[in-house]
Design a protein around this ligand. Structure first.
Ligand code: 5GP
Ligand code: SF4
Ligand code: MG
Length: 456
């Protein structure tokens, strides 16, 4: 998911709309904005892309100089559920409250059962609502203290933007799993965003990252920073660099595009191959393929063209024409492939279905040899912290060796970057990151129910 917020700007909702546009890659299922003006909360949320949810009329109704927004990519709670829209907005004994959340709680189900037994009635199936109920139930005096009390009871990943009638509060979980940055906009405006690319769009100045475990309270009294939680090992999601974040964002001071190029270059060094041409699998494989090409000296070509007009509404055709499959979205240009030894570079293999289809498509386009290079280590484990990986059984790498996977996708060779190579390309220390989907070393333990359900 992506979260965004604007404090103290006359066009708070319009800026939030633009910010969500820049964060659209983090979630395409639904979008929402909540603004507040004179204690009244204004809300627009809907399924689909930002451009579909908000029209001029909706934006005009979002009055106020404070707004928060969210784009959703479902991990918990299911997707095609019109109740699962964010930001969540509720009335509490202490006034209105809105919350937008990126991440996943590992004890969400357990906490929800406990709250339901105590009489709470949930309006959605999202784990985020647990935080809302716990905040509403707290007897602490201030909004920030109530939110702290709530967050001390949950475990997992969260980059949160919360708003009451006076203030915006941003919080990052103690491990810092998901990104969150602060910026400055206009005369006195403050902006918060999942990624820096959204700051660029609205011409906000990057100010700084929110630190793991930090709560920043932005109110008429000024901006205050707190570290109310027990300190934990920093574990930023390394997959943000590999796939999830936009290449024009900087995460923790590292530019994502440069990181991907460096990973591609390292991959070329670790797993070289004699070939005529380097071809990225668009769009996610492009920067690492460029790095691979520059490091190996083998020319880079855009041999696979992506149709950008295939939307979320795309329906797989039935029966006779089913085999067109991936070609609707990606097509190999035969002119580039004829008689060539090809290196295909992609960021990850999840189920393996895309890679298998692409390898076949590239051979049909005339490639003589097809070598696949992947800019992440094999994805052997599911993510419980906010990235929607399928269950362990569905992950090709969880039950197949690299050579078995190579046969499955029908490639001449298949190589992944090593974990060491990945961190050396990022020029980073492994201890500071989460790489559980590649290593199985989960930084936050999860209750057995979650494990039993998803780990079998
Ligand atoms: P596969 O066909 O192996 O299941 O899918 C691999 C492709 O999915 C890769 O091209 C990769 O870019 C993309 N991918 C990897 N992780 C994710 C994810 O979390 N969400 C989406 N939508 N695509 C992903
Ligand atoms: Fe990121 Fe993988 Fe960790 Fe999930 S398990 S937070 S995708 S590194
Ligand atoms: Mg891809």
């Amino acid at each position: 998911c992506g979260v965004f917020g604007v404090y103290n700007h006359a066009e708070a909702a319009n800026l939030t709309y633009l910010g969500l546009y820049a964060l659209q890659h983090r979630g395409q299922e639904s979008g929402g904005i909540v603004s507040v003006q004179d204690r009244i909360f204004h809300t627009t949320r809907g399924q689909g892309l930002v451009a579909d949810v908000f029209k001029q009329r909706e934006l005009d109704a979002l009055e106020g100089d404070k707004a928060i927004g969210h784009v959703r990519y479902s991990t918990t709670g299911g997707s095609a559920n019109s109740r699962n829209l964010q930001p969540l907005v509720v009335d509490t004994a202490d006034g209105g409250l809105a919350i937008a959340h990126n991440g996943n709680l590992v004890n969400g189900t357990e906490m929800r059962r406990m709250l339901e037994r105590r009489g709470s009635i949930f309006q959605s199936t999202m784990d985020t609502e647990v935080i809302v109920h716990l905040t509403a139930l707290s007897r602490e005096n201030t909004f920030s203290d109530r939110l702290v009390e709530a967050l001390k009871q949950v475990q997992g990943a969260y980059a949160l933007v919360a708003m009451d009638e006076n203030q915006i509060i941003v919080v990052r979980d103690p491990h810092g799993l998901r990104p969150l940055v602060l910026g400055k906009v206009g005369e006195k405006g403050i902006v918060v965003s999942s990624e820096t690319c959204a700051l660029n769009l609205i011409e906000a100045q990057f100010w700084r990252d929110v630190e793991p475990g930090e709560m920043v309270v932005i109110s008429p009294d000024g901006i205050r920073s707190y570290f109310p939680f027990q300190k934990q090992k920093r574990s930023f999601c390394v997959f943000e660099y590999i796939y999830f974040a936009r290449p024009d964002s900087n995460l923790d001071g590292i530019n994502v595009y440069n990181a991907r190029k460096a990973i591609g270059a390292k991959l070329a060094e670790e797993s070289p191959v004699e070939a005529d041409v380097i071809i990225p699998v668009p769009d996610s494989g492009v920067p690492s393929a460029l790095g691979f090409s520059q490091a190996s000296g083998i020319p880079f070509e855009l041999g696979i063209i992506r149709n950008h007009y295939v939307g979320r509404t795309f329906i797989e055709p039935q029966q006779q024409i089913r085999h067109f499959g991936v070609k609707i979205k990606l097509n190999a240009n035969p002119h580039i492939f004829k008689g060539k030894r090809v290196v295909l570079v992609d960021d990850s293999v999840v189920r393996g279905t895309t890679s298998r289809k692409i390898v076949k498509m590239v051979r049909a386009a005339g490639a003589r040899e097809v070598h696949v290079r992947i800019s992440s280590p094999p994805t052997t484990n599911p993510c419980f912290y906010g990235i929607d990986t399928p269950t362990r059984q569905e992950l090709l790498a969880s039950s197949h060796t690299v050579s078995e996977m190579c046969s499955y996708i029908t490639a001449d060779s298949l190589c992944y970057i090593s974990l060491e190579g990945l961190y050396s390309a990022l020029n980073a220390k492994r201890v500071d990151y989460c790489d559980a989907c590649f290593s199985g070393e989960y930084p936050i333990p999860f209750p057995n129910q979650v494990g039993d359900q998803q780990l079998t």
